[in-house]
Design a protein around this ligand. Structure first.
Ligand code: ZN
Length: 50
């Protein structure tokens, strides 16, 4: 099965367990395009959108 390295904790997780995060910034980094594991997503990102 395909695995992806989480963009936050670097853990390799099955593709099904990842969340694709695409952020457009107005700064130098431009577009941040990475996969994060569900654990990181739920603990770090999801609260931002609540
Ligand atoms: Zn992670």
């Amino acid at each position: 099965m395909a695995v992806e390295a989480c963009g936050m904790c670097s853990r390799e997780v099955p593709f099904d367990e990842t969340v694709h995060v695409l952020v457009h910034t107005h700064g130098e980094s431009g577009v941040i395009d990475r996969y994060v594991c569900r654990t990181c997503y739920e603990s770090e990102l999801e609260p931002l959108f609540e």
